[in-house]
Design a binder for this molecule. Structure first.
Ligand code: ZN
Ligand code: ZN
Length: 343
């Protein structure tokens, strides 16, 4: 019997390596040899104990090489480089049927490894349904391909923000998500203004293509945005920071018929004050963005495969699988971008 190793979070600050039996793919299944798995906020929450449904097989930002496919698989063949979609939807609920599968009421119940809950990307091998496999370019760097999921989340957000040619777009926060928003908004033909309190991150914003950067610790971001837009306010504001007061600023700096997109999730979810009369009179739209749809994932895989989006600056370190604890330690350090676990 041949086996493979999988990293499982079994308690706060505890990752155990388990050995499971390696199987052959069924009709519509694909066996992937994992190359890279990035550690996202979800995994960090389990590692730090904020979320505690153990055991949890983490890892949902994954890329690798197809090792074997079932006889019913048409889209990929062994040897292909692929990215895997792991936070999937049920396909049966109301929202899955009406084209909003990112609002699925049963999502994230994936169980990739027998008997262990969780997306399971921190593993040497994965067995996945062919429909959740996205073929990447032959010359694709698989570390970059592992970031298909976070980029897909931002693609969805940009669609919700409905960024148009020539728009003035504000991106608040230049973590990895803010950085990807900047690149995508530039692709849509916007002038991008990045707001951050950290100078090093404002440098990253410039590398991502931001036209103007504002250090909101040193200057009032709302009045600066108003000044830059002849008093109108921005056409679109993306809030990628989970601070309620900043969410309130995002609404205030949005101009007439503009869109405010709450990208981050808020924990705790402290309510903010919004002027209903401003919303009434400006017709501004306040919306959010949560998880990508299937199409966003496809778009993201193409943007990466074709070299349109560059994520090289957003990988802070690569750590081998046998040092997985070190990888988590690095990932929870707020000064890092993505940490990639290598297999
Ligand atoms: Zn993620
Ligand atoms: Zn569903």
């Amino acid at each position: 019997m041949s086996t493979y190793k999988v990293g499982v979070l079994t308690d706060k600050n505890k990752v155990e390596i388990r050995e499971l039996e390696k199987k052959q793919p069924g009709r519509k299944q694909v066996l992937v040899k994992v190359d890279s798995c990035a550690i996202c906020t979800l995994e960090q929450r389990f590692y730090t104990g904020v979320m505690n449904r153990y055991p949890f097989a983490g890892g949902h930002e994954v890329a690798g090489i197809v090792e074997a496919v079932g006889e019913g698989v048409k889209s990929v063949a062994s040897g292909d480089k692929v990215s895997i979609r792991l936070l999937t939807s049920c396909g049966e609920c109301y929202y899955c049927r009406n084209g909003h599968e990112n609002q699925c009421v049963l999502s994230f119940i994936a169980e990739t490894h027998e008997g262990i809950g969780g997306p399971g990307g921190l593993s040497e091998y994965m067995m996945v349904e062919a429909k959740n496999i996205y073929k990447m370019a032959d010359d694709m760097n698989l570390e970059y391909a592992a970031l298909t999921e976070p980029l897909a989340c931002c693609v969805h957000s940009i669609q919700n923000g409905d960024v148009q040619l020539g728009d003035d777009v504000v991106v608040i926060g230049v973590g990895i998500m803010g950085a990807l928003h900047i690149q995508l908004a530039k692709l849509r033909g916007a002038r991008v203004i990045a707001c951050e309190v950290d100078d090093a991150r404002l440098e990253v914003a410039k590398k991502m293509g931001a036209d103007i950067v504002i250090n909101s610790k040193n200057e009032d971001a709302i009045s600066k945005v108003k000044e830059l837009t002849d008093g109108r306010g921005a056409d679109v504001v993306f809030c990628t920071v989970a601070i309620p007061e900043i969410g309130s600023d995002a609404v205030k700096m949005t101009g007439k018929v503009g869109r405010t997109v709450f990208y981050s999730s808020f924990h705790p979810d402290k309510p903010i004050e919004i002027s209903p009369n401003k919303v009434h009179s400006t017709e501004q739209i306040i919306t959010g963005s949560v998880n990508p749809q299937t199409k966003d994932f496809l778009i993201s895989s193409r943007l990466l495969s074709n070299g349109i989006i560059d994520v090289s600056e957003l990988i802070s370190a690569r750590v081998p699988f046998d040092k997985i604890d070190e990888a988590f330690q690095k990932a929870i350090d707020p000064s890092t971008y993505r940490i990639i676990v290598k297999f």
